[in-house]
Design a protein around this ligand. Structure first.
Ligand code: C2O
Ligand code: CU
Ligand code: CU
Length: 492
């Protein structure tokens, strides 16, 4: 690369360039907790349970232009779904027949993909199913998976990153009989709340600063300001003693290392694909773009704590790897995310069952196919999977229906890549030959693959075969995805 480190960072928007709101930058960098800055009420997205028509649950979503004041007094042009920014929480139950009509009222073509949802490829909302302005596209499918926190977002060819940045994303909850009968906090908006985490850059006039260039294509776009459910510096008054937080990393590239300012323990109960086999007590949780985690947090009588991100430490690396880690650690500073204040504690201790869920029992010794995917970096042009960049006309893998397969991602680059596979949920078999941590032993659809790491996952491709409609698999760093770090598979 023929540019200096500083210019590299500057072009990537990763240093305090003058067009960035400097106030936010300084605050975000502060080591002390500016609790009082966090006073905007947290927004809870509306729940949408659909309308029952002929036994089906029908949803109507409109992609639209919006405007929102993240900074008071500054109007930020946004994209939203049935609103100004982000969309409603769609709520469905296992065995529901869903009909989702998406109307595009934007002035550009878009798509909406149902991330983590097991459905026919033709309904998946990927880049092959564009919705031009004024058009409506309907996805109809039956919910065949267990209770979990899924989501939806734009998957427009080469425009995903910017469209998501402007607000085209929302949550998609699936319930089932088990999730309804467990004694977990489940009162939506009361003791069961979604937290969509997104970092953003703002220009001084309040508009979003989305930078697309070679550098953000490599490093991803990191913002200095945190939004939670579209609110900057939120504070949430916690009415109950035990809260269930459904976390979604809806950021383009930032990987969060989440913890509370007092280092309290919290309990993770679910990952991308639903409940874990057993709950796991944690003080820190790593959450990469696209990933979800459900956690239970106990709040005491006079709590006033910050949920924060402390920068990921990559250590002891030389060469290119060292340079990249220096650049990312120089820019991946700590961020305060949101503040929780207890107002009226209620004694409602949930009796957390020790065993939460049974998982499919795929046998790694009896698989039908083992596929290897090498992740590499090509100077100036980005990242490749098995030496190739995305081509909509090329199918990269043909999977037989009902195959149990092991997919192996080998990261030969100095950057982490959250790898996501459409259609299925998988189990992580190993990270560099070792068992994954306890909170990664549930079902997943996105797995963070660290530099020099080999991650093996196992899954089964069921129910839906269609030689004509591909599913995507890709890095969920959206800047990487848009620049071709994506492949396609068909189930036949
Ligand atoms: Cu979250 Cu290919 O998608
Ligand atoms: Cu997806
Ligand atoms: Cu990547």
């Amino acid at each position: 690369m023929s540019i200096s480190r500083r210019n590299f960072l500057k072009a990537a928007g990763l240093v305090g360039v003058s067009s960035v709101v400097p106030y936010a930058y300084l605050k975000a960098n502060g080591t002390r907790f500016d609790m009082s800055e966090f006073r905007n009420p947290l927004a809870i997205p509306p729940e949408d349970k659909g309308k029952i028509i002929n036994g089906k649950k029908v949803f109507e979503l409109a992609l639209q232009h919006g405007s929102q004041q993240f900074y008071r007094g500054f109007n930020t042009p946004t994209y939203g779904i049935n609103g100004n920014y982000l969309g409603p929480v769609l709520r469905l139950k296992k065995d529901d027949e869903a009909v989702i009509k998406v109307t595009n009222n934007l002035s550009e073509t878009s798509t909406i993909h149902w991330h983590g949802v097991h459905l026919p490829a033709a309904m998946d909302g990927g880049p092959h199913q564009p919705i031009p302005p004024s058009a409506t596209r309907t996805s109809a499918f039956t919910i065949k998976q267990r209770a979990s926190t899924q989501w939806y977002h734009s998957h427009m060819h080469e425009r995903t990153a910017e469209q998501v940045y402007y607000g085209l994303a929302g949550l998609f909850y699936i319930d089932d009989d088990q999730s309804e009968s467990l004694s977990l906090p489940n009162e939506y908006g009361v003791n069961d709340i979604p937290l969509v985490l997104q970092d953003r850059m703002f220009n001084q006039d309040g508009t979003f600063q989305y930078i697309s260039n070679m550098h953000t294509g490599m490093m991803g776009l990191l913002g200095h300001d945190m939004l939670v459910n579209g609110v900057l510096r939120p504070k949430h008054n916690v009415p109950h003693k035990y809260m269930r937080l459904r976390l979604l990393n809806g950021s383009n590239s930032r990987i969060y290392n989440l913890s509370f300012s007092d280092n309290r323990h919290f309990i993770q109960i679910a990952s991308d694909g639903g409940l874990l086999p057993e709950s796991v007590s944690l003080r820190e949780l790593l959450l990469a773009p696209g990933e979800r985690a459900e956690v239970i947090v106990e709040f005491g009588v006079n709590d006033d704590v910050m949920l924060r991100h402390t920068s990921n430490k990559l250590s002891g690396m030389g060469g290119m790897r060292g340079m990249m880690s220096m650049m990312t650690s120089g820019t991946d500073h700590d961020l305060n995310i949101m503040r929780f204040v207890t107002d009226s504690p209620v004694d409602n201790k949930p009796s957390l069952p020790m065993k939460l869920a049974m998982l499919p029992n795929w046998n790694a010794n009896k698989i039908d196919q083992h596929r290897k995917f090498d992740l590499d970096m090509v100077m100036m042009s980005g990242f490749t999977i098995n030496g190739r960049q995305f081509n909509m006309k090329r199918i990269d893998a043909m999977v037989r229906l009902n195959n149990v397969e092991v997919w192996e991602f080998r990261n030969n680059t100095p950057m982490p890549h959250p790898m996501h596979i459409h259609d299925i949920q998988f189990k992580i078999l190993s990270r560099n030959g070792r068992q994954p941590p306890l909170n990664e032993r549930g079902l997943k659809d996105t797995v963070l693959v660290q530099p020099d790491e080999i991650v093996r996952v196992i899954t089964k491709f069921e129910n839906y075969a269609d030689p004509k409609s591909p599913y995507m698999f890709h890095c969920h760093n959206l800047e990487h995805e848009d620049r071709g770090m994506m492949g396609q598979f068909v189930v036949v």
